[in-house]
Design a protein. Sequence first.
Length: 58
Amino acid sequence: YYARVLDRDLPMAVGYMSDMIQHSTIAKADVEAERQVILEEIHMHDDDPGDLIHDLFA
């Protein structure tokens, strides 16, 4: 994460970011949904001959 803030607002921005990192929660259903999306993207990549050739020779 990053934030572009004025110098005077830096303590507030750091406080918000610290709170986001320390107190964030992720629902198990959201993780599973994103996992499925990522797996599908991997399969799409594996099914593309151009990507396969690039991976082999790059």
